[in-house]
Design a protein around this ligand. Structure first.
Ligand SMILES: [Zn+2]
Length: 146
């Protein structure tokens, strides 16, 4: 199990390195107001101005949560590399090798499978296994089986 790093917690009076709008640079600030674990106000040690704390790269629990919610769920953008329709269209019929587990497919581009139909060989996993993308799913098939 990975050791979970404890989130750094701050308290009023602590120093924090963050951006100051007046100084227009990263400055040391003293925390002057907090709500629970969230830093609300900081005072810049450079210009002595107090301003609302804007977390930059500091990950307070709240900021982290916000970022997670705001981030658009990464939809698995259909990678062109694994698009069966596009890939199978590139393979000529005579390049499709009839699948049999005893055959060698290391040099083949595509296969014809009795059950799954046309498959695009996406990876030669080993001397005895190939990764094949079928229209419905990706499968690992055996090759050179003795
Ligand atoms: Zn400042």
């Amino acid at each position: 199990m990975a050791v979970q790093e404890k989130e750094k917690t701050y308290a009023i009076g602590d120093e924090i390195f963050t951006t100051c709008g007046k100084c227009k640079s990263e400055m040391y600030h003293v925390i002057t107001a907090m709500t629970e674990d969230v830093i609300k106000k900081v005072m810049c040690k450079g210009c002595n101005s107090t301003h609302v704390y804007r977390p930059a790269k500091e990950k307070t629990a709240a900021a982290k949560k916000k970022a997670t919610t705001a981030a658009k769920p990464k939809r698995a953008t259909r990678s062109r590399k694994l698009d069966w329709n596009a890939l199978s269209a590139e393979i000529e019929d005579d390049e499709l090798k009839e699948y049999s587990m005893t055959e060698d497919f290391s040099a083949a581009r595509g296969i014809k499978h009795q059950t799954f139909g046309v498959g695009v060989i996406t990876k030669v996993l080993s001397d005895t296994q190939i990764e094949v993308l079928f229209q419905d799913s990706k499968r690992v098939l055996v090759q050179n089986y003795l």
